[in-house]
Design a protein around this ligand. Structure first.
Ligand code: 13P
Length: 249
């Protein structure tokens, strides 16, 4: 069985003090024991979060990392330093990084390998923009994104990954994929995993939906058989909304 997961992607939001307050509210809440809760905070917050706030069952994630552990990469963030800060997951391949920072399939593959090497598990994102969906090419693109990056990893590496399907047209727009659209894509992604790595891996890998998930639509989305949880942007910045989503299974 795939683990249920709700991950909050704070993106480039909150002051450190606000992030600590938000994480504190989540930590002290009565969290369901069968849901992994992950907070993907800005780099600037991670040290404070790890020292002051976080313990199981809340995990801290980074929103990105570099392919190298050290060296002349001005402005980049080392996966091994993230690990040292208590980071357990990292978002790789978010559409905002693919489009604004031109991250290639190979670069994403190498980041995942670098993260896994130091014990950080990737949350690998895929998703199509509106033009691709309207052209009916969304499955083709998702298959390409997954095959070109995630499927370049070994069995034992993929086992540690989470997949997040985030249609770009639903991110931050208030337009969410319908439960049927989400289910269709999640089942498709699971079938790709099954074809490449076998049915057991496919059953056990968590596939999250992301894109305008709110307390009002989370239950319906999470009730789909292939939706194992969510990657939440805007609604993760409000403790009550995020907690309501965590309790939507
Ligand atoms: P929203 O929930 O704000 O649409 O963002 C989704 C997302 O990009 C999470 O990574």
């Amino acid at each position: 069985m795939a683990r249920k997961v709700v991950a909050g992607n704070w993106k480039m939001n909150t002051f450190v003090s606000e992030g600590i307050e938000l994480a504190n509210k989540i930590k002290v809440a009565d969290l369901p024991s069968d849901v992994d809760v992950i907070l993907a905070a800005p780099y600037t917050h991670l040290y404070a979060l790890q020292r002051e706030i976080i313990s199981y069952p809340v995990f801290i994630a980074a929103q990105n990392c570099h392919t190298h552990e050290s060296g002349a990469f001005t402005g980049e963030i080392s996966p091994i330093v993230l690990r040292d800060l208590g980071v357990t997951q990292v978002i790789i391949g978010h559409s905002e990084r693919r489009s604004y920072f031109n991250e290639s399939y190979e670069f994403l593959r190498d980041k995942m390998i670098a993260a896994l090497k130091v014990g950080i598990n990737p949350i690998f994102c895929c998703g199509e923009d509106l033009g691709i969906r309207e052209a009916g090419k969304h499955k083709e693109l998702i298959a390409e994104q997954i095959k070109s990056s995630l499927f370049q990893l070994s069995d034992s590496q993929v086992k540690k990954c989470i997949i997040a399907y985030e249609p770009v047209w639903a991110i931050g727009t208030g337009v969410t994929a319908s439960p049927e659209q989400a289910q269709e894509m999640h089942a498709f992604i699971r079938s790709l995993v099954a074809d490449k790595f076998g049915p057991e891996m496919a059953q056990n890998i968590s596939i999250l939906y992301g894109g305008s998930v709110k307390p009002g639509n989370a239950k319906e989305l999470f009730s789909q058989p292939d939706v194992d949880g969510g990657l939440i942007g805007g609604a993760a910045l409000d403790a009550d909304s995020f907690l309501s989503i965590i309790n939507s299974f």
